[in-house]
Design a protein around this ligand. Structure first.
Ligand code: ADP
Ligand code: ASP
Ligand code: MG
Length: 408
């Protein structure tokens, strides 16, 4: 007997038929004697619909109230899922995030899980119930409803698996595993039987939305056995996220390509080249709870320099007004520009550690297509570039080919 957490994403609960098919799978696992916790997302499109509704009333919605609204999507699907299980004669019980007590911090719309009270769930499992938990949501110490950021149901699933010390966390989605890149952009993309945790972490952090980054972080921290599978197929083992240190000499140099259309670039031009400037620019941005990703500062010429960084597109306006109101005059910057027509493409692979020339191969491939690189950042197992968003798909396709990632 095993304890398994199964997470189902939006397309896997898109309508009553899909929910019935989910229930049938759960019934099969239950019949084998396993204990099952199901985590569900909202029906596909529902979270977007709720956000759009909020924006019709307040263009930049108050985050607390936005969370109150968007959390309803998952409340509908937990009820439906529990009903579908009952219809199959299975004892089932649903919980919202706050009913479980998935305690989070109070950063509305991107809250972090602090702790999970697994007591009631364990009791229910021991009493023979399938427990159905709402993904994506929690509650802060003051009882406010919070949400975990887009794609956050993955994190609910893995965090619950960690709290319950589950034997496996299965992420059911609309693709049958993790691919070398998004198969919707590159049809030749190849499914990976397994991928190292480090690579998955980089791919997720660079924008592969097949798993939310925080879910991968949880899996790493608590060594959760994590697998990505299709909810549309009964066969297949999907992709296993592995933790073993494999011999990197035998690994392909590049395992996957991620991309991200959600970032915007902010450039602060003509800032004095002196100590403390980076802090004076990014300090107020961080205080406003805006996350910064890539950062570039040029070497100074004539005592001034340019400072460029990227933020989420949704937060470009906020970051620009902070910089223009609080920072520009103070540090004497000449100009501040925002550009949200950019995209980031990243190649990822642990094999990079033992191979040279990967960056130059990447840059040559892009140059041959006339694609200009606006920013570059690297880590031990990743090279990321920012390009004009109109070249994104072309860049991903040519890199996928250049690094021979397509199906054999
Ligand atoms: P869910 O609603 O089940 O959480 P998501 O839409 O969040 O599903 O994530 C699954 C999608 O992730 C796939 O449909 C695919 O388009 C996309 N994706 C991006 N990168 C990859 C990748 N490397 N491998 C597989 N899918 C990917
Ligand atoms: N429903 C939420 C979203 O659309 C959470 C999730 O799907 O994981 O982002
Ligand atoms: Mg998702």
């Amino acid at each position: 007997m095993a304890l398994i957490v199964q997470k189902y994403g939006g397309t896997s609960v898109a309508n009553p038929e899909r929910i019935k098919s989910l229930a049938a799978r759960v019934a099969r696992y239950k019949a084998l004697g396993h204990q099952i916790v199901v985590v569900v997302s909202a029906m596909s499109g529902e979270t977007n619909r709720l956000i759009a509704l909020a924006k019709e009333i307040m263009p930049d919605p108050d985050p607390r109230e936005l969370d109150v609204m968007v959390a309803t999507g998952e409340q509908v699907t937990i009820g439906m899922t529990a009903l579908a299980l009952m219809e199959l004669g299975i004892k089932a019980k649903s919980y919202t995030g706050s009913q479980v007590k998935i305690l989070t911090d109070n950063s509305h719309t991107k809250a972090r899980i602090l702790s999970i009270d697994e007591h009631n769930i364990k009791q229910d499992l021991d009493d023979g119930y399938v427990v159905v938990v709402a993904g994506f949501q929690g509650v802060d110490a003051d009882g406010n409803i919070t949400t975990l950021g887009r794609g956050g149901s993955d994190t609910t699933g893995v965090a619950l698996a960690a709290a319950l010390k589950a034997d496996e966390c299965q992420i059911y989605t609309d693709v049958d595993g993790v691919y070398t890149t998004d198969p919707r952009v590159v049809p030749e993309a190849r499914r990976l039987d397994k991928i190292t945790f480090e690579e998955m972490l980089e791919l997720a952090s660079q924008g592969s939305k097949v798993l939310q980054i925080r879910s991968v972080e949880f899996a790493g921290k608590y060594k959760v056995k994590l697998r990505v599978l299709s909810s549309f197929e009964e066969e297949g083992d999907g992709t296993l996220i592995t933790f073993e240190e494999e011999n990197t000499m035998e690994q392909p140099v590049i395992s996957g390509i991620a991309f991200n259309r959600d970032e915007a670039k902010i450039t602060v031009l003509g800032v004095p080249d002196k100590p403390g400037i980076a802090y004076q620019i990014l300090g107020p941005v961080a205080e406003a709870n805006v996350d910064v990703d890539m950062i570039i500062q040029n070497t100074g010429a004539d005592g001034t320099t340019d400072f460029t960084f990227t933020v989420h597109k949704n937060e470009m306006g906020k970051a620009l007004s902070i910089l223009r109101d609080k920072v520009q005059g103070h540090i004497g910057a000449r100009e501040i520009n925002g550009d949200d027509k950019i995209a980031k493409v990243s190649i990822v692979g642990v094999g990079m550690r033992s191979h040279v020339g990967i960056a130059s191969q990447m840059f040559r491939t892009l140059a041959e297509e006339g694609i200009n690189i606006q920013m570059i950042s690297t880590s031990e197992i990743k090279i990321a570039v920012v390009v004009d968003e109109k070249y994104l798909e072309l860049a991903v396709r040519v890199l996928h080919k250049a690094f021979e990632l397509e199906a054999a």
